[in-house]
Write a protein that binds this ligand. Structure first.
Ligand code: FES
Length: 166
């Protein structure tokens, strides 16, 4: 290559320099703004707070349905959401199950079908679950009911997020 081909005119030098500095400054301003705008969406769902649902004294070995509300933050949108749980106490242990059928999401009820006595029953497609939430063989659901995170403080039952049973 000749020396002539490598020569950069003053005008070209200024062009390159200003373009580089301008791009750097634009990125410095734009990136924090983009990060600020997307931040709520990038956060993994914040842990749902534990919500007081009932008193331990209200529980028996028979599952009982309790309705409650939680504050849910979904990216930029904050709302109050209704939830329900089937809760019972047996052998000193409290269990809180989600009423959402794991087949296609209908709502299960306790002991409402003659064929499935003392079990949770889903009327949508005749799904059934044992008292501990395990799905009954040869019914449509293929996984157990979700179980709520649970804490007991001063005789009050607090529920968090429903999670799949392992
Ligand atoms: S939705 Fe419950 S059995 Fe299908």
């Amino acid at each position: 290559m000749s020396e002539k081909e490598h020569k950069v005119s003053r005008r070209q030098f200024l062009n390159y320099t200003l373009t580089g500095v301008g791009g750097f400054m634009a990125a410095g301003i734009t990136l924090p703004l983009v990060r600020f705008a997307l931040d709520p969406a990038l956060k993994t769902g914040a842990d749902t707070e534990m919500v007081a649902v009932t008193q331990v004294s209200q529980l028996s070995s028979e599952p009982k349905r309790f309705d409650f509300k939680i504050d849910q933050v979904d990216a930029w949108y904050e709302s109050e959401v209704s939830r329900s749980a089937w809760i019972y106490q047996e052998d000193g242990q409290i269990v809180a199950l989600s009423p959402v059928c794991t087949h296609l999401g209908c709502t299960v009820d306790w002991d409402t079908n003659e064929e499935f006595k003392n079990r949770f029953f889903c009327p949508c497609h005749y799904g059934a679950f044992e008292k501990d939430g395990k799905n009954v063989d040869r019914t449509p659901p293929t996984q157990p009911l979700f179980v709520y995170d649970l804490e007991v403080r001063d005789g009050t039952v607090y529920l968090g997020r429903p999670r799949p049973q392992v």
